[in-house]
Design a protein around this ligand. Structure first.
Ligand SMILES: [Zn+2]
Length: 213
């Protein structure tokens, strides 16, 4: 795996208390103390440090890393958006894609996905507020991102995003307008997501959602 292109070295430079660990479960595993300092709009400084294990899949950045909080600093409760195995719910896969679109390196993932979660936790807040955990949270996040009301519409979105544009445009629009996608404004929403992930990614993720529901 090309560590340099993934930005692992730059990430480790920015996080000197984290190290590479041998691992069987992922292509690359980083462990250690993740530290940050942040200043809010009132000039208040916050320092945070969390013991993390970051498992980076072989196909990163197509698939995102899984981040575990291993210092037991965050109680493993669904309302904290932490799974029982300690993995953090950093956001839905499509949201993580969106957040890392401008910087697809590990450093980009850390600053746009890991840091906001931990910063919010260190302030006693939760990044996702009242958003549910697990599958319900995933679907809620997509309804919110796509501005649709039903799970069915979410699945239709992923189906259309997995198809070629001209084929998708001939299909019925998921917004409820009763027209073809190609003549509805909703196509712009779908097209805006096409640039952040390939069609095959939408197909894989759609299959994942359908297995869950
Ligand atoms: Zn429509």
């Amino acid at each position: 795996m090309k560590e340099v292109s993934l930005g692992v070295r730059n990430f480790l430079k920015s996080q000197p208390r984290m190290v590479l660990r041998p691992s069987k479960s992922s292509a690359l595993t980083l462990e250690g103390l993740y530290e940050f300092a942040a200043v809010d709009e009132h000039g208040n400084e916050t320092f945070g440090s969390y013991n993390l294990r970051i498992e980076i899949p072989e196909n990163f950045p197509r698939e995102m890393p899984t981040v575990f909080e291993v210092g037991q600093k965050i109680p493993r409760k669904p309302e904290n958006h932490v799974n029982l195995d300690g993995s953090l719910c950093l956001g839905s896969p499509l949201r993580l894609k969106l957040l890392t679109d401008s910087d697809k390196t590990l450093l980009g993932f850390a600053s746009n996905c890991i840091f906001p979660f931990l910063y919010a936790h260190s302030l006693g807040r939760f990044l996702f507020g009242e958003l549910s955990h697990g599958l319900a949270g995933l679907i809620e996040d997509y309804k919110d991102m796509l501005d649709v009301q039903t799970e069915r519409q979410v699945v239709q979105f992923f189906t259309l995003a997995s198809l070629r544009r001209r084929i998708a445009n001939k299909r019925k629009c998921p917004c409820g307008c009763d027209r073809r996608l190609g003549v509805c404004e909703f196509r712009h929403k779908i097209n805006s997501f096409r640039s952040i992930a390939p069609r095959s990614w939408f197909a894989t993720h759609k299959a994942y959602i359908e297995r869950q529901i």
